[in-house]
Ligand binder design. Structure first.
Ligand code: ADP
Length: 459
C-alpha cells in the first residue's frame, strides 16, 4: 500500500513536471509568435510612412545633397575629415526636419503606443578601378532623433547604389560609383509589455489552469495520504478493540463456568470472589462500550448533572482506584482538598474521565510508579491535578493526545494496548462540564494533567 502510494506520487510529480515544461514552452511560443506579429505590424507602419509624399520628397532632397558631398569627396575637393564633418553638420540640420515630419505622419496614424524611428548609416564604399575606399560611420551619423540601440528593433537593412558621371574642372568626364549601406531602427517603449498584453488572455488562463491543476494535485495527494492514515488508524483501532474486549470476555467465560462448579458454589468466599470478578469485568466492558458508543457524532453525550461535594467524590474515585491496583507496587500520594466544595457534575461520566487519567498514569509508567492527586480552588475553578512519574509525552505530541484515536507510537508505548479514545473522551466530558483540561509533561520525567471544573453557582 505504502509502496503503491509512493509510486503513484512519483509518477504524478513527474507528469506534473512534464506538464509544467509543456505549459512553459507553449507560453514561450505564443510570446514569440506575438512578437513576430508585432514586429511585422511595425514594419508595415514604417514602410507606410516612408511611402508618404512628404517622406519621399524629403528622401529625394536628402539624397541629392548627400550625393553632392560624395561627389566633392570622390573628386578630392574635400579631405576625408572635411567630408565627414560637413556630412555631420548636414545630418544635424536635416534631423530636425526629419523628426518634425515623422511626428506629423505618426499622428495621422492611430497608434496605441509611442514609436521612434531612425536610419543609421553603416558605411559607404566608393568604387574605384584602383582601390575601393570604404568609410564606416560612427553611431552619430543617423537620420532621426538618435536613440540608444539597446532594445531597439532593426526593421530593415538597405543598400543605395549610385552610378553617375560628372565633368571635372578640366572638362573631363569622371565616372562616380558608390554604395551606401544603412539600417532602419525602431524603438517602442515597453514593447515587451505590449506583446505581453496582447497574449494576456492566453497567459492568464494558462496560469489559472496551472494553479488549478496544482491545487487539485496537492488536494488529491493530501487526501490519499489522509485515507491511508485513516485506514491504518482503523486497522489499529479494530486490533486494539479486539484486544481490549478479549480479556474481560475470557475472564467472564471462566467465571461463569465456575458458577457451574459445585466446589465454588458451595464455598461462600470463592462464590463472593467469582461474583466480584464478574461484576468487575462487566463494569470494564460497560466502560469500554460507553467510550466507544458515546463519543460517536450521531450520539452526542447528554449529561445528567447533580450537585456533588467534589473533594469527597474525588477521594472516593482515587481510593477505589488504589484498591483496584492493589496487586501492583505503586506509591500513591494524596493532596485532595479537605474543604467542602460543590460542583455540578455527572457522577458517572466524571468518574470515567478521571479513571482514564489514573489508568494512563499506570499504563504509561516506568519501573517505580508514583501517582499524586491534588485538588484546590483557584480563580473560581475547582482544579484537579493528576501527576505521574511515567514515560512522559514530548512537547510535539502533547498537542495531539486529545485527538480521537491518537496514540503516541514511539518508544515502547506500543506495548501498551489502548484505543486512543481515553483522553478524547475525558476532554469531551470536561468540556461538557464547561471545564478545561491541559497537560504538562516532560519525556522520561512524568506527566501532569490539570482539570478545571467550574464551582456551583450559589444563588
Ligand atoms: P490509549 O491510552 O488508549 O492509547 P488515550 O487517549 O488515553 O488512549 O491516550 C492517548 C495517548 O496519550 C496514549 O496512547 C499515550 O501515548 C499518551 N498518554 C496518555 N496519558 C499518558 C501518560 N500519563 N503518560 C504518558 N503518555 C500518556
Amino acid at each position: 500500500m505504502k509502496k503503491r502510494l509512493q509510486i503513484l506520487i512519483t509518477v504524478s510529480v513527474l507528469a506534473f513536471l512534464f506538464l509544467s515544461v509543456i505549459q512553459y514552452s507553449l507560453i514561450k511560443n505564443t510570446y514569440d509568435l506575438e512578437k513576430k506579429i508585432f514586429r511585422s505590424e511595425i514594419e508595415n507602419i514604417i514602410s507606410k510612412i516612408k511611402k508618404t509624399e512628404s517622406f519621399e520628397s524629403f528622401e529625394e532632397n536628402w539624397k541629392m545633397n548627400f550625393s553632392e558631398f560624395a561627389k566633392s569627396y570622390q573628386m578630392k575637393k574635400l579631405t576625408k575629415q572635411q567630408y565627414l564633418d560637413s556630412l555631420f553638420q548636414f545630418f544635424q540640420k536635416e534631423n530636425l526636419v526629419f523628426d518634425k515630419m515623422f511626428e506629423k505622419e505618426k499622428s495621422l496614424i492611430d497608434l496605441k503606443y509611442d514609436l521612434d524611428y531612425q536610419v543609421d548609416l553603416e558605411q559607404i564604399i566608393f568604387f574605384s578601378k584602383i582601390k575601393n575606399d570604404t568609410i564606416s560611420f560612427e553611431e552619430k551619423y543617423h537620420i532621426g532623433n538618435g536613440f540608444s540601440k539597446e532594445n531597439a528593433l532593426s526593421v530593415n537593412n538597405s543598400i543605395w547604389k549610385v552610378e553617375t558621371s560628372t565633368i571635372d574642372d578640366e572638362n573631363k568626364e569622371i565616372e562616380l560609383s558608390y554604395e551606401i549601406q544603412s539600417s532602419d531602427y525602431v524603438k517602442i517603449n515597453n514593447d515587451y509589455w505590449i506583446v505581453f498584453q496582447r497574449m494576456s488572455y492566453t497567459f492568464i488562463f494558462s496560469v489559472l489552469l496551472f494553479v488549478l491543476i496544482c491545487a487539485l494535485f496537492f488536494y488529491t495527494v493530501k487526501s490519499m495520504i489522509k485515507q491511508k492514515d485513516l485506514l491504518l488508524l482503523k486497522t489499529d483501532f479494530i486490533n486494539n478493540i479486539i484486544h481490549e474486549f478479549k480479556t474481560p470476555l475470557a475472564t467472564l467465560k471462566i467465571a461463569s463456568k465456575s458458577l457451574r462448579n459445585k466446589k465454588i458454589t458451595g464455598n461462600e468466599v470463592l462464590m463472593e470472589n467469582t461474583l466480584k470478578t464478574i461484576e468487575r469485568q462487566n463494569t470494564r466492558l460497560e466502560k469500554l462500550l460507553n467510550q466507544i458508543v458515546e463519543i460517536s457524532p450521531n450520539n452526542p453525550v447528554k449529561l445528567e448533572l447533580e450537585t456533588v461535594e467534589i473533594s469527597s467524590f474525588l477521594r472516593e474515585i482515587y481510593e477505589d482506584f488504589q484498591i483496584s491496583c492493589s496487586q501492583k507496587e505503586i506509591v500513591f500520594l494524596d493532596e485532595i482538598s479537605s474543604q467542602k466544595i460543590f460542583c455540578e457534575v455527572s457522577k458517572m461520566h466524571l468518574t470515567i474521565a478521571i479513571q482514564n487519567l489514573l489508568d494512563n498514569a499506570v499504563k504509561y509508567s516506568k519501573e517505580n510508579i508514583k501517582i499524586e492527586v491534588k485538588s484546590f480552588v483557584e480563580n473560581d475553578f475547582y482544579q484537579i491535578q493528576i501527576k505521574d512519574s511515567g514515560i512522559g509525552i514530548s512537547a510535539k505530541k502533547q498537542k495531539e493526545i486529545f485527538k480521537k484515536f491518537y496514540r503516541v507510537s514511539s518508544g515502547n508505548v506500543h506495548n501498551v494496548k489502548g484505543l486512543g479514545l481515553g483522553l478524547f473522551y475525558t476532554k469531551q466530558i470536561i468540556e461538557l462540564h464547561h471545564g478545561e483540561i491541559s497537560v504538562k509533561s516532560e519525556l522520561e520525567k512524568g506527566t501532569l494533567f490539570n482539570i478545571k471544573l467550574p464551582l456551583k453557582n450559589e444563588k
